[in-house]
Design a protein around this ligand. Sequence first.
Ligand SMILES: [Zn+2]
Length: 361
Amino acid sequence: MRPTTTFTREKPLDFNTTLANLTSDIRASFFLTTNPTQVAHRQQQYERGIVQLSFLHNNIAHDFTSDTRTTIKAIFDAVNFNGLLHLSRWSNIKDLSDNSNIDWAATWNLFGNHINAKKTTTSFKHSILVSFRTKLMMDELPLMNNLVKRHPDVYKQEWKCVMCLQEQESWSHLWRCPHLAPRIAALIQETKSACVNLIKDIRPVLPLTFDNTWNSLSCWDLPTTNTNHVTFDLIIKGFIPTAFTTAISTVVNKKETSAIIDSVISVAQTVFREEIWSYRCDLFTEWEASKGITTAIKKSSSAGFVRSRASVNNRHSNSPSIPDRWKSWIAQAIDTGRPWLGFQIHINSLVASLVQHFIKF
Ligand SMILES: [Zn+2]
């Protein structure tokens, strides 16, 4: 009953860079401490799977003694996450992340819940949902602006949104499309009140200041040209704003906060899929039929060529210029003794399933 996006170690490495590059990069950052007085001590530690190493970053050695497996795992997590964060499609996410506007622990927790969802649904239905949520996160819904790139011989650049005929359909257009506005307003309202209802189940009387904080969160807003805020569409993509988690955690405990976010946002994503996306797809299919765009035409289009070129670009656009931020994360983690980037959980398998999906496109 596991989703098809199971994790293998080779794939994310293949995606980020070559294995040889990666390992030589990691190897170049380490050296064993050579202080002779510590040799006996170190050997003893090594037998218990603990090793004393120095991690070299910007010519500063960060010494640490650690269980090797955990450390190496943290490094691979950091390298993978670094790769994902520097994809061009995530440039906005990277900026928000740099300003600490995204709660990554909550974000991966939500995504992980989808991957590890209870076996109450069929694996087929489950894998469709995982795939949909992955596409949301990776900006891969077949919106007109994406279709024009994938099948330029079928879809014309000048074609407008089939629902309002005002501008080319894109993710941000979806949120300002006048035709969808009532559905979107209802989704935001329902998401907001579902959170408050769950909070009130735990804490029936909320502090007077809560309403004000809650209503002024930027995550209830629609996307604008100001990309410094985490707006509602990003929540639907699965990115949890730090301010959202913070607001809820002022009135309930950490575990309750996490449970509320997971259940409400999962439902909000499902409602988006069923009430907004499927609705749009029905209209889109009708419109395609009126244009004579059939499944056969789509299949025989230049998709294969465009896709393989796109995937080559995506793969290599991040490898030569990708900053070595993971090194400073690891260096900080060593120095402070805290998990890199504040993670409490292993994100590798989650990032890997995104990455694996990404390879298919
Ligand atoms: Zn529209």
